[in-house]
Design a protein around this ligand. Structure first.
Ligand SMILES: [Zn+2]
Ligand SMILES: [Zn+2]
Length: 354
């Protein structure tokens, strides 16, 4: 194989169902108009990828998983592209990208709710044998169609901090925005996975007076405290901690949803962001919602502006966020990580160039 051939091929880890994966080589495609071809430098393994592989969540099969990554633009199609903040994207730019590919033309896109585009496609969720084969980040290269939000990554931000921003941190930013003005608020975050920890960061950055992180795993508490959360109490400690003004429910556990609603003070607002699997229902006393003037809302996916804000937060919180990501493996070792529960770090990672 000569050098010219080497530079035009890539390798993807293709999920073929169950715990089966295949490494497949491909010719690097020439991006179509408005598309970007990106070399993935680091991708992180989201809990939802693990759920896809374990069968808890439907996924593209065969398909390339992975929707949290940072990489460098290697080719750009005709028409060019701009970042969310309006800068032209150039070959060589280090970028992160959103999880959604939106049409920009449907009623929801036009009304600003692109997260729920009627023609939504998602990074790492498309079939390998369909019109967007290189949709996932567990690959040396990914194609980003025009409707995928792109943001440049500042030089000082580590790849390990940047990679999960397009999923956990941007989602947390969207959740906190959905709570409205949180300045001076007493806040609680239920579930200290990466979304919940990111929500602690986003709440404090948005001016919350206090943030309490709640998680049954004491190992997560120290991380929340390191991010500036006041305390990270066990769920059964929290009744002693008093009422709160705003809550982010990131665990998805119906019992936690009920407990979080219970803690809201008059005028309280809660955003549900963790309930992305059918884990059960919650009994709600509507009278208590009325009398306490509660607002209960949900967030799924996010808008491009949330990705931009997430990257801004990386400049101040990136070093600490990077510590939550394990050192990368190569694509060949990745199936092992995708079929075993995480231990230690909150995110495992892959550098497909290895
Ligand atoms: Zn994710
Ligand atoms: Zn649309």
């Amino acid at each position: 194989m000569d050098d010219a051939t080497e530079t035009t091929t890539g390798t993807a880890l293709v999920w073929t169902g169950g715990s089966d994966f295949e490494l497949r080589s491909f010719e690097q495609p020439r991006p179509d108009a408005g598309e970007l071809l990106v070399e993935v430098h680091l991708a992180t393994v989201c809990g939802s990828d693990l759920h896809t592989v374990s069968g808890r969540r439907p996924g593209p099969c065969p398909g390339i998983l992975g929707h949290e990554a940072v990489g460098v633009v290697v080719a750009s199609g005709a028409d060019g592209r701009s970042t969310v903040d309006g800068r032209p994207v150039e070959v060589g730019d280090r970028i992160v990208w959103g999880v959604t590919a939106t049409c920009g033309a449907c009623d929801r896109c036009r009304s600003g709710r692109t997260a729920k585009c009627r023609n939504l496609r998602k990074v790492g969720h498309e079939p390998f044998e369909g019109p967007w084969p290189l949709s996932g980040d567990m690959s040396t290269h990914v194609i980003l169609p025009p409707g995928v939000a792109v943001v440049g990554v500042p030089d000082g931000v580590a790849d390990a901090a940047a990679a999960p921003a397009g999923c956990a941190l941007a989602t947390a930013v969207a959740a906190v925005e959905a709570l409205g003005d949180v300045r001076g608020a007493r806040a609680v975050v239920w579930g200290l996975g990466l979304v919940g920890l990111s929500a602690c960061v986003a709440l404090l950055a948005a001016g919350a007076a206090t943030v309490t992180g709640v998680d049954p795993d004491p190992g997560r508490h120290g991380v929340a405290v390191a991010f500036g959360a006041d305390a990270a109490a066990l769920p059964d400690d929290t009744t002693a901690a008093g009422p709160v003004d705003v809550a982010v429910e990131a665990s998805g556990d119906p019992a936690a949803v009920a407990a979080a609603i219970e803690r809201l003070d008059v005028g309280g607002r809660i955003v549900l962001v963790g309930s992305v699997a059918p884990l059960g229902t919650v009994t709600l006393d509507p009278e208590s919602v009325v009398r306490r003037l509660l607002t209960i809302t949900g967030v799924h996916n996010y808008e491009p502006r949330h990705l931009l804000r997430a990257v801004e937060l990386l400049t101040t919180h990136g070093d600490r966020l990077a510590e939550l990501v394990a050192p990368p493996v190569g694509l060949g070792e990745l199936p092992q990580l995708l079929t075993t529960p995480p231990a230690g770090h909150l995110r495992r990672s892959v550098d497909p160039r290895r």
